[in-house]
Design a protein around this ligand. Sequence first.
Ligand code: HEC
Length: 180
Amino acid sequence: MTRSSWAAALALTALAAGCGPGDDRDGDARETRRAPTAGPAAVDSAVADSGPAEAEAPPTLRGIMLQLQADMGRVSRGIWAGRFDSVAAAAQAIADHPRVGPRERTAIVETLGDRAAAFQAADAAVHDAAVVLAEQARAGDITGVMEALARLQDGCVACHTGFRDVLRADGGVDTTAARP
Ligand code: HEC
């Protein structure tokens, strides 16, 4: 997929979007989580691949971030262990991170106003970098992996620099619920 089509697919449908089952490109597992009444197999897989909070409600932005952090840890461990397969799996999980629910999405968009598009672009940049990282890992190219990882980290930090404080400070954004 091209960079621009990823960006288009991500625009408001990624981090900051609530999505219905029908518009979820790669969301088999996520749909399963959202439809625990679909049958015993669906319940089993929901239990197997997600935590209890995720099975009940869409993750918060903060919850997604904590998962990204864990996945970045998996990337690092995979690099040190020479395990390209786990680097690829972790990078793919970053690329396919879940989305916030519609209420939080609305709050984020309202808080950011004109800057919402830049927030989405920052999310798309991280997505693209994670896809490249997964590809380089599958190819077993350590140089490519390290370059893609640097771009990915740049993307994380760029969004934090631009948006973390404003989204944190705004009481209308329900990202504080999971905080102590
Ligand atoms: C599109 C913007 C954006 C991108 C891209 C992004 N973040 Fe975040 N991140 C945020 C915002 C906003 C917060 C503050 C959320 C809050 O406090 O509720 C945050 C918070 C965090 C936190 C702190 C969680 C906590 O409260 O302890 C971690 C860790 C984190 N991000 C990791 C990452 C990693 C790793 C990446 C890249 C793989 C990444 N983020 C990419 C916007 C982004």
